[in-house]
Design a protein around this ligand. Structure first.
Ligand SMILES: [Zn+2]
Length: 698
């Protein structure tokens, strides 16, 4: 489970380059960004960003960030600006510097340095891209055109399978391919890698875009169909309006078979072990033997099918829908997935729909920034290894390690103090903290790119081979021993992640810098800012989903019935609290869909607060600019979430993401007792909760 949504940072999402190029929200470095301590000599909270006219008890988010929000404009090439995007900008500028060095080095062919240089060069080569036109896709398009029957269709669908989804680590439930593969430790055997299969087939981000019965979504659907037609026309297809109508009808039918994001997050519904021989009976329609042969999985005996009803429904659609419609669907999906690196007319058409209409962003990012994203996606560890050496000192690592130890110790004390929990359950919870692997800054092992072929004049081939190489890498380790210390992010990623099946978490180097972490800032500020982030990731170990895994990362019910009942009641109250938040009058936060992230925020800030108090060792916290230590702690936490977003993006997040919008994450302070005396919050103020209504889960 990630700290923030993928599409709000440049977070690595394997094989989703086409999508990410549109959604990745970093942009040119802006001088006026939230809590930008990095470029000043402020070491502490950013007082200039606060709005003292707002009572902290009425709107803590605006109190902490209001002045910055008032004076900040969202640049036309992004959907959001804030603390995370500012750090993304910095990380990308640094990464570009490393890429530039690689380009100038003229390193030997086959070396990582040369691959970094050639990949970036291939992305930046617009003239080459324009000159090649659609020819890079020709072999794939010809193969689709040559499909004669449903047997050959099944093989083609199998050949399109990629490891492009991730249910529990980077949490990405979307693939435009018919299905997606996630290779991760097994639910019941977490010592070995298993094959998880997940629903797919939609280009738009979620089934809601196809099914929601309101004017806004109907309008989006009309524009989407026009986009499908436009892409096909630019690619030389005839009769594109009729083809587009059939493709959208097919996707609508697929969407009807999909389960919702909230249901996807319930791993108890996901733990469905199917043998390969079960598929014909459980999900008739698709020629499964041929599908698995096409996917190179013919000898894989077992799968965990995340959404059985969607597999049955989508497989039936393969049988019941015309072959020609499926061929058009395959061709459109192929072209749209790569449109961003095809000639400008296609790239612009893709951005016009996914960037402007879906995300509300008027302009594309500068090309160099998108080029950095591509390098991070395909060669993330190669450039990340240099990044970590250059930008993360051993001293910073030692200081963060000490904070982590304090926060884990605080969590231990909180578990011991729980009055409702059975001693045996407490013992297993403590064991989870003992075996938790915490990665700070960078991984101990790096991904090997030696077999990946990269050419300086072939961006399509580079992306195609890169995605295939990731897929082959994942398929090759099915059944093999799990590397519990493996990361799912890179050092240059501004995010953090909990990996429940590995009982591990990672906090990359790029988030371990101001304003989240500043070696020169008071402890109150570091614990409020990065401490709450680390606490959030530790807390995922014990959220609704994480608590289903034991100390070895296996799915095992280690809770007593009464512990479980107490936990469910407390988390239901938290879900109800978030259900009341309305970013716009016609749309509410979905408390169930965001529950795990809200539990992690809720427990994370409490553990970070305890860790901060413990770090003082009985001494008073220094007052800075008139703010007490406790005030600095909470303001630093509120400023973590300082951001400004376009309406379309917030709407997309509420529908498609497990994280609550920023202002409600900052409002989580209302559940912490210590926040009330720190700001003298009184009954009648909007965020005030009477003590029994404050929700404390851990
Ligand atoms: Zn999270």
């Amino acid at each position: 489970m990630r700290l923030i949504p993928n599409f709000l940072s440049q977070t690595f999402v394997r094989a989703a380059v086409g999508t990410l190029l549109v959604f990745a929200s970093f942009a040119a470095y802006s001088a006026d960004t939230a809590k930008d301590a990095a470029k000043t000599d402020i070491h502490g909270i950013a007082i200039a960003n606060m709005d003292p006219s707002v009572k902290p008890g009425d709107n803590f988010y605006e109190y902490a960030n209001g002045d910055w929000i008032k004076r900040t404009e969202i640049p036309p090439d992004r959907g959001r600006i804030g603390v995370f995007t500012t750090l993304d900008d910095l990380s990308n500028k640094r990464t570009l510097g490393l890429i530039d060095e690689a380009v100038k080095t003229n390193a030997p062919a086959g070396s990582s340095t040369r691959k970094i240089a050639d990949l970036y060069t291939s992305y930046m080569g617009e003239a080459t891209i324009e000159a090649k036109g659609l020819s890079p896709l020709r072999a794939q398009l010809d193969a689709i055109a040559a499909i004669h029957d449903k047997h050959e269709l099944a093989r083609a669908l199998g050949e399109s399978l990629r490891s492009d989804v991730d249910a529990l680590n980077n949490t990405n439930f979307h693939t435009a391919n018919l299905f997606g593969l996630w290779v991760a430790p097994g639910f019941s055997d977490s010592d070995h890698y298993a094959a998880y299969l997940m629903q797919g087939g939609l280009q738009m981000p979620d089934r809601e875009y196809y099914l929601a019965d309101n004017d806004r979504m109907r309008n989006i659907r009309t524009k989407y169909q026009a986009h499908v037609s436009a892409i096909l026309k630019l690619a030389g297809f005839t009769d594109t309006d009729a083809r587009a109508q059939r493709i959208v009808e097919l996707e609508h039918a697929i969407a009807e078979k999909h389960i919702s994001l909230a249901e996807n997050e319930d791993i108890k519904k996901a733990n469905n072990l199917w043998k390969q021989t079960d598929f014909d009976a459980k999900a008739p329609g698709l020629d499964w033997a041929e599908y698995f042969r096409g996917a190179g999985l013919g000898s894989q005996p077992n799968f965990i099918v995340w959404q059985p009803t969607a597999f049955a429904g989508e497989s039936a659609l393969v049988a019941s829908t015309e072959l020609e419609t499926w061929k058009d669907w395959l061709a459109f999906h192929l072209i749209d997935a790569y449109a961003a690196i095809l000639p400008k007319a296609l790239a612009d058409e893709r951005f016009a729909f996914f960037g402007k209409i879906l995300a509300g962003t008027p302009e594309q990012r500068p090309r160099w920034q998108r080029g950095v994203v591509v390098v991070n996606q395909l060669l993330g560890d190669a450039v990340g290894q240099i990044y970590a050496q250059r930008y993360f000192s051993p001293e910073a690592k030692a200081q963060v390690d000490a904070m982590v130890a304090n926060i884990i110790a605080a969590f231990r004390r909180r578990i011991d103090a729980l009055s409702w929990m059975d001693p045996a359950t407490k013992a297993e919870a403590q064991a989870k903290l003992t075996t938790l692997y915490v990665g700070i800054g960078y991984p101990e092992h790096w991904h090997d790119y030696s077999t990946l072929e990269v050419k300086a004049d072939d961006i399509f081939g580079n992306l195609w081979r890169g995605r295939l190489s990731d897929y082959h890498h994942d398929v090759a380790r099915l059944g093999h021993a799990v590397d519990r210390k493996e990361w799912s992010m890179h050092p240059q990623t501004v995010n953090a992640v909990n990996l429940p099946l590995q009982n591990a978490l990672s906090s990359p180097a790029a988030i371990l810098q101001p304003p989240f972490f500043d070696p020169l800032a008071p402890a109150a500020v570091n614990y409020g800012a990065i401490g709450a982030v680390i606490g959030h990731e530790i807390s995922h170990t014990f959220d609704a989903e994480g608590s289903a895994f034991d100390s070895k990362g296996r799915v095992r019910d280690w809770w007593t019935a009464s512990d479980s009942a107490h936990f469910k009641a407390a988390t239901a109250r938290l879900a109800a609290q978030y259900d009341t938040y309305k970013p716009f009058p016609d749309i509410s936060v979905n408390g169930e869909q965001t529950l795990d992230e809200n539990i992690a925020d809720n427990a994370g800030i409490s553990a970070a607060y305890d860790g901060y108090r413990a770090s003082l060792a009985g001494k008073p916290a220094p007052i800075q600019d008139g703010f007490t230590g406790d005030q600095q702690f909470f303001i630093a936490f509120g400023q973590d979430w300082g951001s400004k977003s376009r309406e379309a993006l917030v709407r997309q997040q509420v529908l498609t993401d497990p994280h609550s919008p920023s202002e409600y994450r900052a409002a989580g302070v209302r559940n912490v007792d210590a926040w009330y005396p720190a700001f003298n919050v009184q009954p009648g103020e909007k965020l005030y909760l009477a003590p029994p209504d404050r929700i404390q889960i851990w």
